[in-house]
Design a binder for this molecule. Structure first.
Ligand SMILES: Cc1ncc(COP(=O)(O)O)c(C=O)c1O
Length: 386
């Protein structure tokens, strides 16, 4: 399948006959104990490896099928491992490559719980985090010292949507012997091929677009050969695993990822462009719009945009932002994103190394699969009441 187009791989990947047993999809293989015919057979299953039943924590055909499919979506990748959530995947990846005394370079626009992990658990275990400007690009070299071990990127950034020069930063980091990690949840491997861009560990909150239906929690890390063994060893000792029901739902979501993302892109851009023309809106932060910080990297490196972006209210206060969100009919108020439905959220980026490129109350929208004209009418009614 490796020579086929991404859309074809999405449909076919991971559907080995030994796992599907002739059905289109693998069944939900639920297991803790695996029964062996003999002690010799039990011993032969060690060390645990993909494709050989060992113990529930080390997977069954349902989870292997998802892992194989996600690996096939990232040309150049060696393997994928699953985690109970996207945050679990971030933690699993960082813990696999860091040790006491190391320094970690973390993008200042990272997802809040990723920052919290650095500022609490990693700090407690002797890892120092240095936050850097998301727009630093190859200038990251100046921050790399003797103890720097890893570079973490999230592109575009949470809430503020700066697109990073991932290939440029990876080239610099690789030359200095660093491990590179990317939270690729926004684009998914369909719109950004992280491993091809030089990333060692490509992280997804499958909770979002891979699942696509707001009904599962799941994370994944896709790794290059260079770090695969470390990732798996750490996952195993930390007891990180994912259930087959979640993997099955994620596999179902994966098969329609291409059509969903293209519609999220179309709807999101229509709503974003309309917002840009409204007098109550100061700025629209959408990677596919020219004035988004790092838009040139989006245009160079990505093959599409998804449905998540933010906009700034011009001359409005916190109360007006709340009133607008509360009054929307078609946008749900809730955490997460990436499913079929639209959502709106007050967004307050936390920054410690840099200042965000905008001022004023920020609203993050996830534009779903509804008719965009209905969504625009809903937003128009809300803005008119400010
Ligand atoms: C960019 C990003 N990464 C990771 C996560 C964490 O995923 P999960 O909610 O599955 O832990 C989220 C969740 O919102 C996210 O937005």
């Amino acid at each position: 399948m490796k020579d086929k187009k991404p859309e074809t791989r999405l449909v076919a990947a991971g559907r080995r006959e030994e796992w599907t047993q002739g059905l289109v999809n693998p069944a939900v293989w639920r297991a803790s104990t695996i029964l062996f015919d003999s002690v010799a057979e039990m011993k032969a299953a060690n060390p645990p490896r993909e494709g050989v039943l060992h113990y529930g924590r080390n997977g069954t055909p349902t989870t292997w099928a998802l892992c194989e499919a996600l690996t096939e979506m990232e040309p150049g990748a060696a393997m994928t491992r699953l985690y109970p959530s996207g945050s679990g995947a971030v933690a699993g990846a960082l813990l696999a490559v860091l040790e006491a005394g190391d320094e970690l370079l973390m993008v200042d626009s990272a997802y809040g719980p990723t920052r919290a992990l650095c500022d609490t658990v990693l700090k407690r275990f002797g890892v120092t985090t240095i936050y850097y400007d998301p727009m630093l690009g190859r200038g990251i070299e100046a921050l790399i010292g003797e103890k720097t071990r890893a570079l973490f990127m999230e592109s575009p950034g949470t809430h503020s949507f700066e697109v990073q020069d991932v290939p440029g930063m990876c080239a610099v980091a690789r030359a200095k012997g660093l491990v590179t990690l990317l939270d690729n949840t926004w684009a998914t491997p369909l719109f950004f091929k992280a491993i091809e861009a030089g990333v060692d560990l490509s992280i997804l909150a499958c909770t979002k677009y891979i699942g696509g239906h707001a009904d599962l929690m799941l994370g994944s890390v896709t790794a290059t050969e260079r770090v695969a063994e470390r990732l798996e060893r750490t996952r195993r000792v930390l007891g990180q695993t994912a259930g087959p029901d979640e993997a099955w739902l994620a596999l179902r979501g994966l098969r329609t990822l291409d059509v969903r993302l293209k519609r999220h892109q179309e709807n999101g851009l229509k709503v974003a462009r309309w917002l840009k023309g409204q007098k109550q809106v100061g700025r629209v932060l959408h990677p596919a719009l020219q004035d988004c910080p790092g838009h040139e990297y989006w245009a160079r490196d990505f093959s599409g945009a998804t449905g998540l972006f933010s906009f700034v209210l011009d001359g409005a206060d916190e109360a007006a932002r709340t009133r607008l969100i509360d009054g929307l009919e078609l946008f749900g108020i809730g955490y997460s994103w990436g499913a079929f439905e639209s959502l709106a959220l007050p967004a307050d980026p936390v920054r410690t190394a840099t200042k965000a490129a905008f001022e004023g109350p920020l609203i993050r929208l996830h534009v779903g699969l509804e008719d965009p004209d209905d969504l625009i009418a809903d937003l128009a009614a809300g803005l008119a009441c400010l």
